[in-house]
Design a protein around this ligand. Structure first.
Ligand code: GUN
Ligand code: FE
Length: 425
């Protein structure tokens, strides 16, 4: 058995709004799994290899439950348009470039590196509709140590001349991609109808059947923007609500992640609760594309499962520290819009959404729980300016969220393996 002990200020999120904090604590890892968290090193581990991170914070690593790999090269550009115009003018041309395998490899490799170096070890990611590029993306994520789900996008209507498949192509390529995806141990396939306006009923029916037959998870977009809602109503007069277009075809289950849900009304939220669908909140994207401010506090208090995503390149940052801080900011915008009737999220709550809540989509319990594969990072906050008073561990944690620093992450573990380390300057 291989044993490893990590020493540092251990902070984990075992429940929404709650942090377990242990300064100078020991995290014991056996064969890549968390064995326990201890204030003093147990006798049986006295001779085990120990990595001492001193005053560094040892935190759960991030789960980014919604991002688009082929949009990575567009980061920080084209932010002047609302969703539907942005898709046609910026996004589809950028995604069409994934037809070029060499380009897809360069982009995928750079993205995978940036994710790992910034502590994101689990993802739910959209590729493009191209099968070869999707396999290359999976290969590069696997190589870098990222784990989770990647989907070949399905879109057989309302695309652009160079970014659309026929229904038959979509079916055929999806089946071939699923066969070829078996090669990857840590990156698994997720069915990915882009969103209702991009998929014919026939394609949605095929994907729903496939999800059921092969027990596959599903990701898509839902109720992001008012123009989109109106379009869906015109396309599907038979469905009273947007979510019914997914439910009708078997794409609405407890293995479904729906990005945004900004405009989900009470009935849609109840439908999410009943089915166990996860809403993926993407605050930066919602602001950049002027989509709206998602009612996350209401969703949480009603019992909707909520996790966080960067939604690059609607979102402008790959870094989940930013997504956590943005989720707090968005909840304050919402509080203002709601006439101060809803509470803002605390940093601890938003952190939970970006770590433990996302982990549950992969079947993991919240926090550093014995028996679970280690997903963690060590963060060095010593280069931040001196504070006016000695900071508690909770204050240091809060400051790390708001003042993300490049290079602060000293080490990252993904699925029990150390996948990144940087020596202190
Ligand atoms: N809805 C359909 N496709 C997309 C996309 O690529 N990004 C966002 N933010 N919303 C979408
Ligand atoms: Fe998206």
């Amino acid at each position: 058995m291989s044993t490893l002990i990590l020493k540092g200020t251990l902070i984990s999120a075992p429940a929404p709004g709650k942090l377990d904090i242990l300064e100078g604590g020991y995290l014991a890892v056996e064969d890549g799994c968390v064995e326990g968290v201890y204030p003093r090193l147990p006798e049986r581990y006295q001779n085990a290899p120990l990595e001492d991170f001193g005053r560094c914070l040892i935190l759960q690593s991030f789960t980014d439950l919604h991002l688009h790999a082929p949009q990575y090269p567009m980061l920080g550009t084209g932010m002047n348009l609302p969703l539907l115009e942005w898709l046609s003018a910026c996004t589809y041309p950028a995604e069409a470039r994934f037809a070029d395998a060499e380009y897809a490899r360069t982009v995928s490799r750079a993205l995978a590196r940036e994710l790992i170096e910034n502590g994101t070890t689990r993802v739910c990611m959209f590729s493009s509709l191209h099968r070869p590029a999707t396999l290359i993306l999976m290969e590069e994520l696997e190589r870098a140590g990222v784990t989770g789900f990647v989907g070949k996008v399905n879109m057989d209507r309302n695309g652009s001349p160079d970014l659309q498949e026929t229904t038959e192509e979509s079916r055929r390529e999806t089946l071939a991609w699923l066969d070829q995806s078996k090669a990857f141990p840590h990156i698994r396939p997720i069915l990915t109808p882009r969103f209702t306006p991009s998929c014919t009923d026939e394609l949605l029916r095929f994907l729903g059947k496939l999800a059921l037959e092969r027990n596959l998870p599903v990701q898509s977009h839902l109720s992001e923007n008012t123009g989109e809602l109106q379009w869906v109503r015109t396309l599907h007069p038979e469905c009273a609500r947007y979510w019914e277009t997914y439910d009708e075809y078997g794409l609405w289950t407890d293995r479904t992640a729906m990005a945004h849900c900004v405009w989900s009304d009470a009935a849609e939220r109840q439908a999410m609760i009943r089915a166990g669908v996860t809403a993926v909140h993407c605050p930066a994207s919602n602001r950049n594309l002027c989509s709206g401010v998602a009612p996350v506090r209401v969703m949480l208090s009603e019992g909707v499962k909520v996790a966080l995503g960067t939604d690059i390149a609607g979102g402008d940052s790959v870094h989940m520290f930013d997504a956590v801080a943005d989720a707090v900011r968005a909840s304050k915008d919402r509080r203002i819009l709601d006439g101060w009737k809803t509470e803002a999220l605390s940093v601890a709550e938003a952190w939970y959404l970006g770590t433990s809540a996302g982990a549950s989509f992969f079947g993991d319990a919240p926090g550093f729980v014995p028996g679970q594969r280690l997903h963690a990072m060590a963060v060095d906050d010593s280069r931040l300016p001196p504070s006016p008073h000695p900071l508690s561990a909770a204050e240091r944690f809060e400051r790390c969220v708001y003042r993300r620093q490049s290079g602060a992450i000293r080490a990252v573990w993904s699925d029990g393996r150390k996948v990144f380390s940087r020596s202190p300057d």
